[in-house]
Design a protein around this ligand. Structure first.
Ligand code: URA
Ligand code: SF4
Length: 190
């Protein structure tokens, strides 16, 4: 993983490298059972080189704490590792260029559960594991069971914590979806 992080730090595979202050490979435990995948770094993530350290990160911390987890025991990363200008959506080309890093991280960590945050990571991960992609409002909180070379992986799509910032109803649903994550952890005896 250290080697991979080094590669990401020196990566120039898409134009986003030119604007970054710091690339954001990911943070947390390399032995994590649960991996969270967001979209792309924002302002503070780019400043610090760490994922989810801004306002959305605060929401994510609260959600993790609400089910008795903390950042150090999970792994948190994004589909795209460098900040898109003005936090615009990542393009298809950027996702295509950057996603092999996420693939490699999944192969190294071999998580039991992948929680996708928002539509970009949901659509990337569901496609990767051979599922049809539907709208996030329809599939959030559902558990998708995938078979991989290293065993079963459970995928749970969720809303992105940033959209929950200003929409109380979505925040409630995120909290409910985290409870489902907790139940799944319990049933897998993790
Ligand atoms: N939003 C994301 O998708 N990822 C981050 O790391 C921060 C905000
Ligand atoms: Fe490389 Fe990804 Fe950064 Fe593009 S976003 S330069 S592919 S690390």
């Amino acid at each position: 993983m250290k080697k991979l992080e080094e590669k990401i730090k020196n990566c120039r595979k898409c134009p986003l490298w030119q604007l970054r202050t710091n690339p954001v490979p990911g943070s947390g435990s390399y032995d994590a059972k649960v991996m969270f995948v967001g979209e792309a770094p924002g302002y503070w993530e780019d400043q610090q080189g760490l994922p989810f350290v801004g306002k959305a990160g605060k929401v994510l911390d609260e959600l993790l704490n609400s089910i008795g987890l903390n950042r150090d025991e999970v792994y948190i990363t994004n589909v795209v590792k460098c900040r898109p200008p003005n936090n615009r959506d990542p393009t298809e080309e950027e996702i295509k260029a950057c996603s092999p890093y996420l693939d490699a991280q999944i192969d190294i960590i071999r998580p039991r559960i992948i929680v996708t945050l928002g539509r970009f990571s949901t659509s990337y991960i569901l496609k990767k594991f051979g599922f049809a992609v539907e709208g996030i409002s329809k599939i959030h909180g559902k558990v998708f069971e995938a078979r991989t070379l290293f065993g079963r992986v459970y995928i749970i799509p969720m809303y992105h914590p940033a959209v929950a910032l200003y929409r109380p109803q979505l925040r409630k649903e995120l909290k409910e979806d985290f409870k489902k994550l907790k139940e799944l952890l319990k049933s897998l005896k993790i």
